[in-house]
Structure formats: C-alpha cells, structure tokens
Unconditional design. Structure first.
Lengths: 145, 145
DNA sequence: TTCACTGCAAATAGTTTGCACATAG
DNA sequence: CTATGTGCAAACTATTTGCAGTGAA
C-alpha cells in the first residue's frame, strides 16, 4: 500500500522534526503499527512481527520504543478487556466495546462520548481521555448466556 | 461497625443459601472487602490484610477466593488506571475517574452512563457493564501540566 | 465420610532495568 | 566524536496451576 508508506514517511518526518533519532527499531515498529491498521496488537504481538522482520531487534527494545512513540504523541495504547494493552496510531479516533464472554471487539464512533466528556468537564472538572478503555459488556449473541 | 458486621453476615448468608461452603478464607476475605469500603484495594493489598489477620491463608487462596466470590456474584473487579484490578462489593454502584498524571481517583454517580448505555443497547446491540473500567484523563490540577 | 477447598512450590506472562556496546547525527 | 539507543541477561510483578493434604457439612 502506497498509502501506508506515505503514512509511515509522515510519522518519521514528525520524529525528525522533533529532533529525535530515526533508528531501525523505530522505523520497523512504526511500520508494523501502520500496517496493523484496525487490528489490535499487543506489545508481544508487535514484538513478534518486528522480530520476524528484523531478528536483531530485541523484545525489550520494542517495549522501550512503544513508550517512546507514545511520549512523542505518535501512538496511544488502549485496554481491551483482560488482555495486555494494544497499540494504535494516535489519530485513529474510535471507541471499542468488548464482549466479556466471547471477547469479540466492536468498533464504535468516537462521538458517542462527546456528551459525557462535556458533562465530566463541566460538572466534575475532569478532562476525559476518550477511548483509553474499551467498554465492557455483552454482545447480542452472548446476552442470554 | 455493627453495620459492617451485618453486611458480612448477609453476604455469608447468601453463600450458604447457594449451598457454598463457608471457610476461614472466604470469611476473612469478604470481611476485609466490606471493611475496605470505598478504598480501592488490589488483590495483593487484600492478600496482605488477610494474611496479617490470619497468616495461614495463602496468597493464592486469596486469588482463588476472589474469583469464586465474583462468580457467585457477590463482588466485582474494576480497572483503575495502570495498576492491577481492585475489588468491591457488587452492590457498590458508582463510577470512577483516574487522573493519568497524579493517579488520584474520584468517585462519580453511576447514572452518568445511563444515556450512553441506552444508546449502545439501542443502536449497537451492546449491553454495557457499567463501571468495569474507570475513565482516564486529567484532573483540574494536572490539566495544564 | 466425602469432596470441595487450601497450602505450597513451581511455572507462567508481561514488563522493567543495569550495563557494556553500537550507531545516528 | 559523543550522546542516545540497543542487546542481553536478569530481576521483578502479577497471576495461575498441579498436587497432596485438610476440613466443612
């Protein structure tokens, strides 16, 4: 996908613009996150993909790189149900709901939380970071079980 | 507190009513959860309190007991920010917001999510389990930092 | 008396860290 | 050249499990 290559190039440009170094690890990790798209990959899953592309990149480097990219504001992590956190580009703005029984994840429009975010800000002086946690509950199929 | 003793007695009665055994571990774990009230104790924190009251109760038993009590419907766990899950009585119905910077937890009324829960059920066939995750964001003091 | 519950030790999953070496700029 | 990033091994935190023995009903 040319689209993905362009996206990667843009992200690397952001790093360069901030005066950060571009290393093999950062390039490959970012690339895998771009390629993963709407998949929700955990750190271990990303590490595995990264490692299969470049076996010299150590798992601990992937952990450090993800921290770094998040600090730089390029990516975010999100908690889906009871598995380790997953990572995605920060500009992917949508919400998630996970069925606590079948573990199926569904994507939801980000504006569902707009009103609640407003209420929290107005009445409780709390600025919500939308989307950091998934909603937990039951999908239709699992409701009666 | 007589109130807390009564609450404990009621919970034990529920177990007995279901035909479950009442053991020392179950008694002490439930008692500590009742006494903890609005504190949000992790499994390890509970295990420590339980152990200091009865050193013969092993940490792994506390894990198993918490699972058991949740399966029975007496307690729930909730994810507050980036620490291990915390436990509370199921009939404690309120929401939480955690500041991602100072880690302070604030309690919020449960009805804040009523409308969203309705929308999810109506438009997305998803029945939300309210309160399983805390909101993440920034409290007023940390907003500008 | 019987079977569910528990203690213990060991295994597992996920993540972090110290340090010496490698490398981007 | 030099500070920053990385590999590696080891530590650490949270949790689970197999098994043999204990105790609630």
């Amino acid at each position: 996908m040319d689209d993905e290559n362009a996206r990667l190039a843009g992200l690397l440009a952001q790093l360069r613009g901030r005066g950060e170094r571009i290393t093999a690890a950062r390039r490959v990790v970012l690339d895998e996150i771009v390629r993963a798209g709407e998949l929700h990959l955990t750190t271990e899953e990303l590490a595995e993909r990264v490692h299969s592309r470049d076996p010299s990149i150590h798992r601990s480097t992937v952990y450090r790189t993800l921290d770094f990219l998040e600090t730089c504001g390029l990516i975010d992590h999100i908690h889906l149900a009871h598995r380790p956190p997953t990572h995605h580009l920060r500009d992917d703005r949508h919400l998630h709901a996970v069925c606590e029984r079948c573990e199926r994840t569904m994507d939801l429009p980000a504006d569902l939380l707009d009103e609640l975010a407003g209420t929290l800000a107005r009445d409780h002086a709390f600025t919500m970071r939308v989307g950091h946690f998934a909603f937990s509950g039951r999908c239709q199929d699992c409701l009666s079980v």
